[in-house]
Design a protein around this ligand. Structure first.
Ligand code: G4P
Length: 525
């Protein structure tokens, strides 16, 4: 096996998806602690302790004012090189959050066990499902009183329409949490082993799948409830199938508590056992490029702008799909055919350790960008001449009318609009006839970045008038009749001149669907 082959096989690249507050940051920190990438909890968020992981990334961040530290986190564990890609939520939610999911080979879904499946989890899950990547579930906050585990599993199956397989099962919860009945490893993991007079966290189950009779937990009514649940699951639940997990049709479910670091290591180890190696990627022509292919190639899935007015640069994040990326190598930009020399100052990787000079399939590299790159761009080495398929378009939910503040500066306004739209920072729509500009985004942050960049990079002050959230649906141009437009929707065209309606709300959309039953209303992802 070549060195490249061995290196590729070590990579495990995934994103953690969740609704804000479910515990994504907390579990990420625990994973980084296990991987030795940080030494203290609170590091990722930073604000808690003020201590940061010492790395090049921080230096870059200080110098450039770009927050890249947590965009990609890399560590080694059990002989694997793990890349965790951040999927920003809250006010940082943007199309980049979705696009990050295009660059991973698996996803970990963190669910708050008291709240169940929440809105943002659902949205991100949908994208993972569309890609058919394996999804692993971590039911978090077991140290608090939450919903019944069976209830959580059925919600998962009903709301997300994915089959589930519990890898372990909680023995109690909240104050009554005693441990995890780990059917996958045939053991019980104790929450506070000291209560039973031992340091030993794990108790092996006997051949009947039982805790030894002499163990105090054996008499506990909670434990007999667990046995009943497990029996029910064995009879009525799904069977474990690695094949279905790999196809993203069955999600292995782990219970635990990120905050008290309970069940996290078991999760990490089991996850790494199943998590897929870097996958092949499809070109525009529909051919698959193997991660073991020798020539270097990769695609840009995210462009992060510098919000520091002193620096206009951006960072383009590239997922390596094949070959070996070496510092200072020459590459071609597929869209333009332009040759680019990636000097040392234009790249950095998640891991700053001096030994890491190379990246292979599965790794993410950051490229300083002065305006050369767009979302979805392919870079390749040598004469490989490959171009990866376009990233999907996402349905925006928030809209703003936008105009230039200074009518004398129309030229810079239009230039900025065009470039930011092309780059993938924002989506642009125009009304019919009046050609008013409407921009669309999936999160508020996109508007703020847009406004900031228009001013700083294009010297164009924009006025944005919020239109609130709308339900956007595309229709077949052949079916378009401008009379369909009413006071409850706005007819616009996208940058490819495709018509769509922005409905005031779902009621307005249903009313339209009833009135024009033959017109198919299509959402993007
Ligand atoms: P997020 O990145 O998904 O938004 O969530 P984050 O990890 O920041 O966690 C959100 C809140 O939930 C935090 O508390 C965190 O301490 C808590 N939390 C995470 N995992 C667990 C868990 O397993 N059990 C319990 N009981 N709490 C958990 P906070 O008070 O909102 O924030 P902070 O002030 O502690 O940062």
């Amino acid at each position: 096996m070549t060195k490249q082959h061995t290196e590729v096989d070590k990579r495990r690249t995934f994103a953690i998806i969740s609704h804000p507050d479910a515990g994504k940051t907390t579990i990420t920190e625990q994973l980084l602690l296990f991987g030795g990438a940080i030494r203290q909890a609170g590091t990722v968020k930073g604000k808690k302790t003020g201590n940061f992981a010492k790395s090049d990334w921080m230096e870059i961040e200080k110098q450039r004012g770009i927050s890249v530290t947590s965009s990609v986190m890399q560590f080694d564990y059990d002989g694997k090189r793990v890349n965790i890609l951040d999927t920003p939520g809250h006010e940082d939610f943007s199309e980049d959050t979705y696009r990050t999911l295009m660059a991973v080979d698996a996803a970990v879904m963190v669910v708050d066990s008291a709240k169940g499946i929440e809105a943002q989890t659902k949205k991100l899950f949908k994208v993972c499902r569309m890609r058919g990547i394996p999804i692993f579930t971590f039911m978090n906050k077991l140290d608090r009183d939450g919903r019944e585990p069976l209830d959580l599993l059925s919600e998962l199956e009903e709301v997300l329409e994915i089959d589930s397989y519990p890898m372990n099962w909680p023995i109690g919860m909240g104050k009554g949490l005693e441990g995890l009945y780990d059917m996958y490893h045939n053991r019980v993991e104790l929450y506070h082993p000291e209560k039973y007079g031992s340091e030993e966290r794990f108790i092996s189950l006997n051949e009947d799948g039982e805790i030894p009779a002499e163990h105090p937990l054996h008499q506990d009514s909670i434990y007999s409830q667990v046995l009943e649940d497990v029996e029910l699951l064995q009879e009525a639940g799904n069977e474990f199938s690695e094949e279905l997990v790999m196809a993203g049709e069955l999600t292995p479910v782990f219970f635990g508590s990120a905050l008290t670091n309970f069940g996290v290591q078991t999760f990490l180890e089991t996850f790494l056992q199943f998590a897929p190696k870097p996958s092949s990627h499809k070109t525009k022509e529909g051919e698959l490029v193997s991660p073991y292919e020798e020539e270097f190639s990769g695609f840009i899935f995210k462009i992060q702008a510098n919000m520091n007015p002193a620096h206009r640069d951006r960072i383009a994040f590239l997922r390596v799909c094949s070959g070996t990326f070496e510092r200072g190598m020459d590459v071609h930009l597929a869209r333009t055919g332009k040759k680019m020399k990636l000097s040392n100052s234009t790249q950095f990787m998640a891991d700053s350790r001096a030994t890491v000079q190379e990246a292979v399939a599965g790794d993410i590299i950051g490229l300083y960008d002065t305006g050369n790159y767009q979302i979805g761009d392919t870079l390749f080495g040598g004469n490989f001449n490959v171009s990866y398929e376009d990233l999907p378009q996402f349905t925006p939910e928030l809209f703003m009318k936008v105009t230039a503040k200074n009518v004398m500066k129309q030229k810079s306004f239009h230039k900025g609009m065009e470039q930011l739209v092309q780059e993938g920072a924002i989506q642009l729509y125009k009304t019919y006839h009046t050609e008013d500009y409407i921009i669309g985004a999936v999160g508020q942050l996109q508007f703020e970045v847009f406004q900031h960049r228009m001013l700083n990079e294009y010297n164009s002050e924009v006025i944005m008038t919020p239109m609130g959230s709308k339900t956007a649906r595309w229709i077949d141009p052949e079916q378009l009749d401008e009379k369909m437009s009413s006071s409850r929707n706005i007819l616009v065209k996208d940058r490819y001149d495709q018509p769509l309606f922005l409905f005031e709300n779902n009621f307005a959309m249903r009313w339209f669907a009833d009135k024009y039953p033959d017109v198919e209303l299509k959402a993007k992802l």
